[in-house]
Each structure stands twice: as structure tokens, then as C-alpha cells.
Design a protein around this ligand. Sequence first.
Ligand SMILES: [Zn+2]
Length: 481
Amino acid sequence: MRDKYEVVIGLEVHVQLTTKTKIFCGCSTQFGNQPNSQTCPVCLGLPGALPVLNRQVVENAIKAGLATNCQISPRSIFARKNYFYPDLPKGYQISQFELPICEHGHLDIESDHRGAQKIGITRIHMEEDAGKLLHSDDVGAGSRVDLNRACTPLLEVVSEPDMRSSDEAIAYLKKLHQIVMYLGICDGNLEEGSFRCDANVSVRPWGQEEFGTRAELKNINSFRFIKEAIEYEIDRQIELVEDGGTVVQETRLFDSNTGLTRSMRGKEEAHDYRYFPDPDLVPLIISDEWVSDVRDGLPELPEAKKARFIKQYSLPERDTEILTAERALAEYFDACAQLHKDAKACANWVMGDVQRRRNDEGLSVADIPVTPELLVGILKRIDDKTISGKIAKTVFDEMWTTGKDADTVIDEKGLKQVTDTGAIEKMVDDVIAANPAQAQEFSEGKDKLLGFFVGQIMKASKGKANPGMVNELLRKKLRGE
Ligand SMILES: [Zn+2]
């Protein structure tokens, strides 16, 4: 049934900014404190209190706009979006409507079925968050409101309806997530709602130009759930249309326990909100100088970093994809590669053992106990043949636990590779003598037995015999090579 329909997806993402203070007052944005302990007349919505715009919020919005190829509006307007909700004491939310701060951007994604795609970004605007209702299950206890979150700064990033599958939606979201993390303007925590996504989903028969009616899926808090919600919604709409029904425009909630979406409310149109310019806030004027200052201060973004890693370090593209997924990890790798000539070896260690230990222990990059300097210390000892690649892993694990450097660990644990020809020769002789039948077969050309002998000798040396020398000696002694 699916192949008769084309899927159309547009996304609205709310990015909670990590400024120290709120967007229109000086209250702290810190999470998890006593309810209503971070409030003032402005964010409590008391009559007569006047909002004052936080400069850092504007700067972060400009950063986000530049990083997503948007035009930054020299003049933008704050507007009141009117609606009633108990966690919104003013009776309106300050947002931007007709003149948002950023417009006409795009992100490039790689689609599984359509190749490289440009996903349009219609606009990015600044707005304030609402408070939070705390519901009690106790009979008669009612609900309470916590306004600590009221007035917390948000960016809303609105895409064009350019995505054609749930995979494309996820690719776009991950890209946007990666960018706000690189910019350091959002903590990126989906579960806590710092990066939340509403998806507009519709279907239309192939070839039909006009869009089908869309349903909006609200506030889904993981990439996996977003995909599941969109998939469920596509099937639901197609089934509905196939049965002769029509899709109604509405807001639907995704239930991660059942994997279903259910109707929450009819979707409002913009005119329902009676937007009008907020008379308490003057138009926001942004000079070219300000924009270019912000542009100069932007960090190297993922695409540029990837291109540089390929050029500077001759890494395969697949590696750069993994290494640049997180800015901090990319910087960790970069530091290693600056200290050690073999960038590919650095990349392998970072993608392999470093990531393995880190994921096992759920650590952030900043908390990795083996610093780039320490990691490179191991690589140097592999290069000068003090240890084998295999022993290096033991050294690494010990360094991770103790925080000691490679040389100390190698010394203390007696892990120095045996490169003394006499010592290795004796081990080789012993093993040959203990296994005469296999020695005979190997000398007659049964190559498979090489592994057996190397294994025996490595065991005898507790992994410390130099494998290259062992190989060489075996061939020399048994084959006369
Ligand atoms: Zn306040």
C-alpha cells in the first residue's frame, strides 16, 4: 500500500538555549531547583513588569542561523502569541511571528533512498518557554504550577516540508542536533526536553502536487520514538485514506509504550493566536558588524571538520563521520593526531578502545582518563616495539583505571616486549622440541600451523615475545627461509 503514496514531513524543533539567565529577565535558568525559586515580576507575568531582552539569546540565534545557512534579518519583531494555559501567567507567549530573526536556510543531509538532499529551513525564531504544571495523583490535591521554566529562552527551528521518509527526518534532526551541540548553545538532552521535536506528517498519492492534510505529532523525546511515531502515523493516514476516510488536521500525541499516536486536540491555525507586535519590546536591530563578529567566532562546524580530517590526515570518510559526530571527540582525536604522526592509528584507537571504554562507563569526552598525551604515549611504545599491539590494549586498560602513563604501566607490570633474539630463540626451540609432529608438518609446507606455533610461543612468553621476530625465527628454523 505504501508505494502508492508519497510521504511529506516537516519538522519544528524547539532548542532550549543554555544561557545563564532567562530571555527577558535576570532569573537563573538552572534546572531542578525548588519550584518558583527562580522567578521575578517579569517571568511571573505581573502587570506592569517590563521584559528586557537577553543579548546572549540573540547572539545564540545568530549563531544557529549562520550555521544553518540562514539569512539574518537586520530587523526583527517580537510578537505576542495569545492563548490561555495555567502555566502561562501572562496569557500570551512572547515569540516572533512575521519577522523572525533568521530565514531561508537549509541543511544538507544524506538520504538512504534519494541521495544528497537539501532540507529547507523556513525560519528560526526566538521565544520564551512556559512554566510547568505538577499534577498530583492524590484526590483533591489538585495541580500546582512551577514557573522556574517560564521565560527560559528557546529557538524554534522550522523546516520546509522537504522530507520524504522517517529516515530523512531523523537524518535532518541528528544534523541539527549536532550543530547546536557544536555551537555550544544547547545541552542537547532530548529526554529532559532541551531539544524537542514536533513532526508534521501527511501523505499524498504519487504525482499529486497539493499536500495532503497533515497531523502534528507533539514533543517526542528520543530519535527512536520520533521515527516510530512518524512510521505509525504514515500507516494510520494511508489506511484511513484507503478506507475512504479523510485525515483531519489535528495534534496527536505519541505513546512510547504502545507505539501509537492518539488525537490530543484539533490543530490551531496561526490566526487563532491573534499575534500582534509586543508593545513592550522595541524592534530588534542587528548590525552587519555584529553578524560578522559572530561569524568570526563560530567554531569549525562538522562538515568543515570532516573535510579537513580527510585532507590533513588522509582518513577515510567513514572514520571522519564517526570522529566528528561529537565536537569534543573530534577535538580529542585532533589533539592525538597533532602529537603523533600516524593519524590513522590515532583514529583507530579513538574509535575503538577509547570509545568502547567510554561507552561502557557512560563518560563524557571531558572525563576520559586517558588524555591525548597519554594515549599517544602508548602509540609511541608500539612504534618503537617496546610493546606489541596486543599488549598495548592491556596497557591501555591499566592506564584507564589508574591514570598512569604508558611507560610506568609497562615498567610496573613488566610488559616490555622481549626483543632479545637469544631469549626468543630459546622459546622457539623449546616449543619446536615439544611439538615434533607439527614441526615436521610445518616444515613440509603446512602453513596453517604457523599460527599454532606463534600461539604457543606467545603463551610461553605471556604475550611479550615480539611477534615479528617469532615469525621470522620459526620460518628460518623449520623451513630454512
Ligand atoms: Zn524572572
